[in-house]
Ligand binder design. Structure first.
Ligand SMILES: Cc1cc2nc3c(=O)[nH]c(=O)nc-3n(C[C@H](O)[C@H](O)[C@H](O)COP(=O)(O)OP(=O)(O)OC[C@H]3O[C@@H](n4cnc5c(N)ncnc54)[C@H](O)[C@@H]3O)c2cc1C
Length: 544
């Protein structure tokens, strides 16, 4: 059995090997003067946790427990803050108990018990939240906190091949979902970078952004209907391809981040696995020229499945560029037809904007054999998947390393990119990490706008990492909102983005959401603090 790391990304024994750590340490030494010493995670057995404040009823003994490692593993998500705190043995809000319901009836039973005990419930999918979404930091009004792990609900329950839809349990991890669809020749094709360790329920709860860089970029577009168990009952939307019948019920559930209830399953739109793929990498002398090419592609109606632009430094760091050129990775795919006309027109468009198409560019006329296009595009893809392991290695070697993202309309993009980059650099200087760097890539593109994604790498000051990152994050987030961006395109709100989310959402909408929560979750036990301030309403006859 592969075991998940309790303190960081991925599985024990996987990730970078000894020699790679040494090489990375040497690079950090050269660039930032860091020592190259690799911090070892603390022995979990030596980390003391406060005794659980709750005891499960006998009827739930098989599904709810207080195992030490389980509590540790459910204390944090996977942000820089989370990894730094875990590595230093600082476990701030461990859950009192971890529930692993084996079916929906047990989800209902856990919610009922928590409501009667005055305990908060934090739904937990893959735990890959980077915004404090799974940290049981629920305030003092609760008798305790239960992390509700959906991991046992991990099956594809039904396939409607005629409508191309699958009914899937919420705790199904990305690889398990694709493994179960593959024998039918089907795929969801939702591949966030966290694919390996995130779940369908988590994607829906956070409105995750996936594989498609244009068109159906968010999981929202792939959800046909959804089923959520709330303390007040079950809310299930109907299976329909589309409907004009008033505000859509599933839109209330998608993006609810566990604050309204627990998503237990969904019907999702699947598709035949692609048989043709085309495209490749394109080099640009300037990031701005590449961005114009992305705009032209997004507005062309060609609908590339991949369209990701890396700035020169980002391309270099990922081994996909020489550090002087921005690199655009363009991809088309189809289960139905060769792609020649699409790739040819895309090549014309990028050339019109000064792009030079890589020699490994693939016209997409021949059926694929599973191999990629080769060249810079493939290099970038494998670096993308290894990215989370490298991030943790950088943190263990003493670097501050984190990402943040946004979306804005095309008319705002140039200024936003400039201001956010400058504000982040200023934040690094203010935090005493001025030697650091900031890179940008465009991850998703729309006819009317784009989603820029920033990466920060800098030397961290031991003991001051969290304060340093807080300064940089504040500077960047303020610049994002001031330049017309949103606080998140796909990482979600969680607890960490609340300050800025509250500023960007319309006040009347905040009230409407609170009213919906009062109906679905009358005691206020569902993920308190996420999306809304924690407010507990003791139930009649329950604890005060
Ligand atoms: C290295 C890395 C790369 C990432 N790349 C991407 C990316 O490419 N695209 C992207 O969109 N995000 C990305 N993320 C962020 C994260 O993976 C997503 O937010 C993902 O959708 C979370 O899924 P999860 O199953 O891990 O949910 P969790 O982290 O377990 O939970 C996230 C939130 O959803 C709630 N939740 C989870 N399951 C349920 C449920 N069944 N019912 C109700 N609420 C639930 C939780 O309470 C929490 O608020 C990345 C994160 C990391 C660490």
């Amino acid at each position: 059995m592969r075991r998940r790391r309790w303190w960081g990304w991925g599985y024990e024994g996987e990730g970078l090997g000894h020699d790679e750590h040494v090489a990375l340490g040497a690079l950090l030494g050269e660039r930032f003067g860091l020592s190259g010493r690799l911090l070892e995670p603390p022995d979990p057995a030596r980390l003391a946790l406060p005794p659980p404040r709750l005891a499960p009823p006998a009827s739930l003994a098989g599904a709810v427990g207080d195992d030490h490692l389980e509590r540790l593993s459910h204390a944090y998500g996977k942000s820089y803050r989370d990894v730094v705190r875990a590595l230093s043995g600082r476990i701030e809000h461990p859950p009192d108990l971890v529930a692993r319901p084996r079916d929906e009836a047990e989800v209902v039973a856990v919610l009922d018990w928590c409501a009667s005990a005055g305990a908060a419930v934090v739904p937990y999918g893959g735990g890959s939240s980077v915004v404090g979404g799974v940290e049981p930091d629920v305030g003092d009004a609760f008798a305790g906190a239960v992390s509700l792990d959906l991991g046992a609900l991990d099956r594809v329950l039904d396939l409607d091949r005629r409508s191309l839809a699958a009914r899937v349990q919420a705790g199904t991890l990305g690889p398990a979902l694709e493994d179960q669809l593959r024998p039918a020749g089907l795929t969801l094709r939702h591949f966030p970078q966290s694919f390996e360790c995130s779940t369908l329920g988590g994607w829906i709860a956070t409105r995750a952004g996936g594989h498609f860089a244009t068109g159906p970029t968010h999981i929202d577009d792939l959800v046909e209907s959804v089923r959520m168990v709330a303390p007040a009952g079950v809310l299930e939307s109907r299976r329909l391809p589309a409907s004009g019948a008033g505000p859509a019920p599933d839109r209330l559930v998608i993006g609810s981040e566990g604050a309204l209830g627990v998503i237990t399953e969904a019907w999702v739109r699947v598709r035949a696995r692609p048989r043709w793929r085309g495209g490749g990498a394109v080099r640009f002398g300037h990031f701005a020229a590449g961005a114009e090419a992305v705009r032209a592609l997004a507005q062309s109606g060609l609908g590339p499945s991949n369209c990701r632009l890396l700035d020169p430094l980002e391309a270099f760091v990922n081994g996909a560029g020489d550090g002087r050129h921005a690199v655009l990775v363009v991809g088309f795919e189809s289960a139905d037809h060769p792609l020649g006309p699409w790739t040819a027109r895309a090549a014309e468009l990028v050339a019109d904007h000064g792009g030079t198409v890589d020699a490994a560019w693939d016209g997409g006329d021949a059926e694929v054999d599973g191999a990629g296009h080769g060249g810079a595009a493939d290099t970038w893809r494998s670096s993308f998947l290894r990215g989370p392991y490298v991030r943790d290695a950088l943190v263990r070697l003493g670097a501050l390393c984190e990402t943040f993202e946004t979306a804005c309309t095309w008319d705002a993009f140039g200024v936003l990119h400039e201001r956010v980059t400058a504000a982040t650099r200023d934040g690094l200087v203010e935090a005493g990490a001025g030697a650091g760097f900031v890179t940008c890539r465009l991850t998703h593109a729309y006819p009317d706008g784009v989603a820029p994604y920033f990466t920060v790498v800098a030397p961290a000051r031991p003991g001051a990492e969290l304060a340093q990152w807080a300064m940089v994050k504040s500077a960047a987030s303020e610049a994002i909102l001031a330049s017309g961006g949103t606080i998140t395109h796909h990482h979600a709100v969680g607890r960490d983005h609340r300050r800025w989310y509250d500023l960007e959402r319309p006040p009347l909408f905040a009230g409407t959401l609170a009213a919906a929560k009062a109906v679905l979750d009358p005691a206020g036990i569902c993920n308190p603090g996420v999306l809304l301030d924690p407010v507990r309403h003791p139930l009649p006859g329950g604890p005060p």
